[in-house]
Every structure is written in C-alpha cells, then in structure tokens.
Ligand binder design. Structure first.
Ligand SMILES: [Fe+2]
Ligand SMILES: [Fe+2]
Length: 170
C-alpha cells in the first residue's frame, strides 16, 4: 500500500510519525511477507476508514494503528516467536511513548491490539476493537497474498521447466 495514495486528512494525522527516523526503521523488518511499515500503514489506514464510518476518534485510531507494531527485530532478540506475540505490544508501547506524546486511548489501543491472542488484555475503547479486528483481517490478507505469490512463482517455474523438457522431447 502506497502512503502517497492515502487521503490528505489521514496523511496530516500521521505525518509526524512517518517523518520520525526511529519509527521508519520498521521498513527494514519483514512482517507477513512484506515490511512492517507496509503492514502498519495498512492497519492504520483501514482502521482510520472504519473509525470514520462509525464516527469514532479517527485521529487516535490512525496514530495508534500506525504505532501498534513499532519494534525492530533486535528489540526482541533471543525471544521465541510465541514470546514475541506476548511481548511486542508492550515493546511497541514503550518505544512509541518514548518518542511521541500519546493519549490514554492510544496507549490502550497499542497495548491491547493482540486481543484475543492475549485474552487478558481486551481493548477498553471501541477504537481499540477496530484496530484489533482490522489488524487480524489485514494479517490474513497479507499471509494469503504472500502465499499466493509463492504459489504463482512455483507454477511459473514449473511451466518453464515443462517447456524446456517439452522442447527436448522428454
Ligand atoms: Fe502486533
Ligand atoms: Fe499488526
């Protein structure tokens, strides 16, 4: 998803985060077969759209949606993938709080976004439910997309192999 294609109001809300060099380090992290920045931007933008539709707080939804996975892989070095699921919301909250002034709602959205995988942390705000649900739907879309790209690559490879073998009369 292209940041430039997002609407102006959204860009005005998240612009200072997108210009932060520490935050932009997540562009170097792989996440669901794409970059963590692309995933975070997609979650933020669609959460913003849903919040707008439901007349919720679009600003806090968009900002917290963008910051919900704010960590780089070395922040959780040595942790298993299971531990990362439980630890990354806290790490994202810690990093975001150190760099931006966050409201209580934004803090809660980031901290609770892994519900129901972390069942003890349900979102306190409707905006948190939006980000949590959009995050899951976006993750399913991104996994399916990267899996279909792998399948497409494999089928193209198989087709080329088939043509070579056919030409050789095998
Ligand atoms: Fe996450
Ligand atoms: Fe996420």
């Amino acid at each position: 998803m292209e940041y430039n294609s997002c609407e102006k109001e959204f860009k005005n809300i998240v612009n200072n985060i997108m210009e932060n060099k520490d935050f932009m380090e997540i562009v170097n992290c792989k996440h669901h077969g794409i970059t963590r920045l692309e995933h975070s931007l997609r979650v933020s933008y669609y959460s913003y759209k849903v919040s707008k539709l439901l007349h919720l707080n679009v600003r806090e939804t968009a900002r917290a949606g963008l910051l919900h996975d704010f960590f780089i892989n070395s922040d959780l070095m040595g942790k298993s993938s299971k531990e990362r699921i439980f630890l990354h919301p806290k790490k994202a909250l810690e990093k975001a709080s150190n760099r931006f002034v966050l409201s209580d709602m934004e803090k809660d959205i980031i901290y609770s976004h892994m519900f129901p995988l972390i069942p003890t942390r349900p979102p306190k705000y409707l905006e948190g439910w939006v980000v949590s649900i959009v995050d899951k739907l976006v993750a399913i879309y991104e996994f399916a997309n990267s899996y279909s790209k792998i399948c497409m690559f494999k089928s193209q490879y198989a087709a080329i192999l088939f043509i070579i073998l056919a030409k050789r009369g095998l």
